[in-house]
Design a protein around this ligand. Structure first.
Ligand code: GLV
Length: 329
């Protein structure tokens, strides 16, 4: 019997990353890539020292209690709201995410979604593909100005700052932001971003982009009351997490044109999407792909592998979420 640690890679990842892991571990993979139920995940994790997960696997107190041999869980995502971090930490299990490697790529996508939403890209493409374009008109699919407008950013971590730089330096936008804590003056100056309270952000932004982490305190940070404070000409973009926006309230606001348009990469209860959003023409919808370039997704998978290899072979981690666990070993 092998004495090497066993690990589970819960979703299909790149073969070269699996090959790296196989240099150190007995690796069980999920080549069919079917998302697992909590019970299936627990079953597949029996006897495993490590797990590489994605946002579709929930690692909670019940799973941790049922998998006593587990030492490390490495999420292929920067967000980790699928982890119950206090429970994982209390059990002495190390957790990691994949920050930094996806910052610029995700900011590119946030900006792409903002442009597509403001300039009505998918709506006009559907019109053309449906054979409805038989004459040109001066106001055809006239959208909202992006250059020189006011960009509001809710959540000013690494990705928020990368979006601010694109807006300020690339599109000459006036950037305002709101965040739990204010940036230092040098970072504000570099991003050309001005700190405002949430009410001013909502009221002033021509384009509001959400890049804050999901938690109980950010649940429905944008609901009916917040949408009512936005300009009727404003666009809203969410590249953060489903649940930060109240999708039912947003669908009503879009239907009633209380805001102009929205661009959404994440949804409450995804992969299900609220029917009111599917019906609306003034919304651009994408399936949670903000970090999806081959280069970045490979970098994320490799970073998760680095974390598992470093921890199980040397007791170290590259991007730990709970480094206190490693310190206590
Ligand atoms: C993707 O949503 C991530 O958190 O990396």
């Amino acid at each position: 019997m092998s004495t090497r640690p066993s690990i589970l890679v819960a979703r299909k990842i790149f073969p070269d990353v699996v090959a790296r892991l196989r240099e150190h571990f007995d690796v069980e993979t999920n080549e069919g890539d079917a998302p697992m139920s909590p019970a299936q995940l627990i079953e597949r994790l029996q006897g495993k020292a490590g797990a590489i997960t994605t946002g579709s696997e929930r690692v909670d107190a019940a799973l941790i209690a049922a998998c006593p041999q587990l030492k490390v869980v490495a999420n292929i995502a920067v967000g980790y709201n699928n982890f119950d971090l206090p429970a994982i930490t209390a059990a002495g299990v190390l957790a990691s995410n994949t920050p930094d490697v996806l910052t610029e790529t995700t900011a590119d996508f946030g900006f792409a979604l903002l442009l597509a939403t403001a300039r009505r890209l998918t709506e006009s493409e559907h019109f053309l593909r449906a054979g409805q374009w038989n004459r040109w008109a001066l106001d055809m699919f006239a959208g909202t100005e992006v250059n020189g407008s006011t960009l509001g950013i809710l959540g000013m971590g690494r990705i928020g700052q990368a979006i601010a730089r694109r807006g300020a330096h690339g599109f000459n936008m006036k950037v305002i932001y709101h965040n739990r804590s204010r940036l230092d003056a040098a970072t504000e100056a570099e991003c050309k971003a001005r700190y405002v309270d949430k009410a001013e952000l909502l009221k002033t932004a021509d384009h509001l982009i959400l890049v804050l982490p999901y938690s109980a305190s950010s649940h429905h940070a944008i609901g009916a009351a917040e949408l009512a404070q936005m300009k009727p000409t404003a666009t809203l973009v969410n590249v953060a997490r489903g649940g930060i926006v109240d999708d039912a309230a947003l669908a009503s606001a879009l239907r009633e044109k209380r805001i102009a348009a929205a661009g959404l990469d994440v949804f409450e209860g995804e992969p299900s999407v609220h029917p009111g959003l599917l019906e609306a023409s003034n919304v651009v919808l994408t399936p949670h792909i903000a970090s999806a370039t081959i280069t970045t997704r490979k970098a994320m998978a490799n970073l998760a592998a680095d974390n598992v290899i470093a921890y199980l072979t040397q007791g170290k981690m590259v991007t730990p979420l709970n480094p206190q666990v490693a310190d206590q070993r």
